[in-house]
Each structure stands twice: as C-alpha cells, then as structure tokens.
Design a protein around this ligand. Sequence first.
Ligand code: BG6
Length: 491
Amino acid sequence: MTSHTVPVDPFDLVIFGGTGDLALRKLLPALFRRFCDGQIPAGARILGVARDERSDAAYRELVSDALARASVDTLKPRVAEFLELIGYRTLDASRGEGWDAFAAELAAADATRVRVFYLSTSPSLFVDICERLRAAGLNDTRSRVVIEKPIGRDLPSARAINDAVGHVFEEGQIFRIDHYLGKETVQNLLALRFANALFEPLWNSAHIDHVQITVAETVGLEKRASYYDGAGALRDMVQNHLLQLLCMVAMEPPATLQADAVRDEKLKVLRALKPVDAANANASTVRGQYRAGAANGQAVAGYLDELGRNDSRTETFVALKAEVGNWRWGGVPFYLRTGKRLAERVSEIVVSFRQVPHSIFNGAGGPIAPNKLVLRLQPDEGVKLWLMIKEPGPGGLRLKRVALDMSFAEEFGVHQPEAYERLLMDVVRGNATLFMRRDEVEAAWTWIDPILAAWAAGNEAPKAYTAGSWGPSAAVALIERDGRTWHEDAH
Ligand code: BG6
C-alpha cells in the first residue's frame, strides 16, 4: 500500500436521493473506485436513502447494475465485496416516520465515527432534510453535509438556502460541491502555479495579454428540461464552474493549502470582478440558443423542439468578457464561453502571453505567435505550452510554432480519477479546500445577478446558432473586436 492509498477510519455515508441519476452514475462508481484503491475500509457503511420501499438486496442490485454501466470492468472481482458496505433506508423528508430508527442505527456505531449526509436531491428538499437531521440529533460535530448546485437561482434564493442549511449545520460542516474543482487538471492548476517558480513572475498584466476559459459540450438538453429551461447556461455553468476556474487562475498565492487560505483568495477575486450590467452587458456578453444541426455526426433537433415549446428564451450558450479589477490583472480580459451542442466536447483554460516587444526576425517564417499555456481539463487531460522554435534544416532561419505537450494519460498511463472520487474522500477527511464557502457562492451571484437583470431588461431573444457549431457569430465578434481570436489549435 502506498502512502496515497492509506484508508480512512470507518465512516457512514448517507446518500439522500440514493436511487437518482447522480448517485448511480457518479457517486457510487466513484466510491467503488476509491474502495478498490484501498481508501475505504471494510467497516464503512454507505446507505442509499429514498422515499420508496426497497430492500438492501434490491438496492445492491441497482448499484451493481450502475457499476456495470460505469466501465469498471477490470475491477469487477471487487464488486461483491463493495456491495457488502451498501444498504438502503426508506425515508421521506416530508414525514417523520423512520427518522428515529435511522438515527438510532447511526448512533449504534462508535462515538467518533464521521457521518456524511450527501443531499443528492432537488434543492427544494435541502431544508426539510436538514431539519429532519436536526430533529433526529444528527447534526452534531462529527456530521458533515454535502450540497450540490444549484444553490439558488439568484442572490436572495442562494442566501435563503445558505441560511436554512446554516441554521442546522456550522459552516465548517457544510461542503458545497462544485465538481469542476475536483477535476484533475483543475487541481493541477494549483501544482502548476505554486509548485513551479517559472510561472509566478509572469502571472500578471505585464506579461499576460488575456485568458480564455472554454467549457464546450456536445450534449443538448438531456431530459433535464424542467431544471435547465429555468436556469440557462449562465446560471448552470458560469455562476459556478467557470467562475471557479477563473478564481483558480487569478487568485493570489494562498499562504497554505488550508481550506480558508485558498477560499479567502478566491473570494477576493470574485469581489474584484468588474460589474457587467445594463451599461455594458451588450458589449460584454453574448447569449445563444441552438437550432437544429448535428452532434457527433448525427442530425439533432433544436433546443425549442427538444423542449417541446416555442417560447423559451433560455440561453444554451454564453460568451462573456470579464475583468478582474485589481493590481495584478487590471486590463487583462478573461473571455469565458460555454454552451451545449457545440462542435466538440472540450474544456480548457488558455493563458495567452504578450507578444515579444521587438522582432529581430524580419518576418522570417511568418509572424511570431504569442506564447500560450493551455490546460486541457477534458478530454485528453494535459498541459501544453506553445513556443516559437527554429524549424530544423536548410532554408534560412524559419520560425515555427510548436507545443511542449504533456498528456497525463501518456505520462502517467493511469485512469484519470473522476472529480467525485477526490471530492467524496475529501468530505470524509474533512478537507474543504476544494469546496465553496458560503461567501464565495454569494459573491458569485452578486456578480451574475446584474447580468441576468440586464438581459431581462434588454428583452432580446438569444442569438441562434446551429447545433454542432462553435456558437453564434456574435461570440466570435465579441473577442475579435478586441483584436483577439478564440484559441482553436489544441484540438
Ligand atoms: C453540470 C451542469 O454542473 O455540469 C450540466 O449542470 C453540465 O449542464 C455538467 O453538462 C458538465 O460537467 P462535465 O463534468 O461533464 O464537464
């Protein structure tokens, strides 16, 4: 056993919404992988909770099917052992029955055992579940609660959720998941920035021209109409994932990796974002909605057809220009874009350095392209550094743009862990560095709300784009107006 596979002490993990999509598709396969890695001891208990009656055996079968779908083939021999940790309890947050017995069962374990309550349910149930946990005496100091986005749909509703959960649990017990923070490459940003002396001296407006953050998806609505149509890309992706990525790029070096040291720095970035509101929303944001087109070579319907309605103005694409108004970043635009039904599934952060101040090459081999550092979050996780070199051979000194390319798969030859693996184990260990603190979530909404308000007041329909394209042409214009282009050569 290597030091990174040391098991934690036995714990109880209760998944509310245990039969739901997130639990079966992501959480349980992630736990299984960590079990196979030797991090989860045999004495741990993982309990799925939902409203309907179901036996332990029936739930285990559901979990076993989910694991089979989660391509864990090589680990198959360990499935039976893992299923022994799994149980199922019927509980309804709107009714008191069963909660005392449930509390007694958990209390029967040793007195120091960590308890994690993962609320993998609709946010409308967060408050009721927390209140039930409190009434059953399950909110003591060894308990932790995990909540997923959406944490509200604007600042007031986010505050209401935070107040209600905060009424039952202390802030230190609340783990707000943004699964992008668990992605390997995002953690790697910490390593890249703070375990290398090379980048930090350059990491500022004197040397960086601009930053691009793209999270492009090929999927469409995916049977999530009731949630997604009420949210849209700005709330669904930008308020959380893209802003968190921006924070990881832009924050000052924290003094330690301790949760509050990192979160204090991220919070400062969110608070330093220059407002985008009615005065500049038109120039700084683009909203799009996909029309019929293609995805992965197949014809696909437009958003409104998928939705079965004609009147939705929900954006499935956003591009925007943000600016962090502080000494380090003044004048450096952060271009963010995300959308559904785009040409490719690719998420990346591109840090574009400034042009050389003077060229001695007199145009040999074409213009000198500025250096770029590209962090690929998915697929093909890795880091690329684009440089100019001399092309070998005769014919004068010809310059060529090439990438130092570090693919994690090639370098490490191992399965890239899913974000939820790291995050779930961090909750059990009580490490909140990769989770959002209340003030961060609220600061993010504080910046997002005026954009939503400006869009609502402008009363314009989102711009159409063809499924399978890179979004509306206005998104290209947004960056080209500044004399820049969206980065394309990493794929
Ligand atoms: C979720 C959004 O938070 O992230 C989804 O609600 C989106 O709309 C998903 O598809 C993307 O996550 P990933 O890990 O597949 O990039």
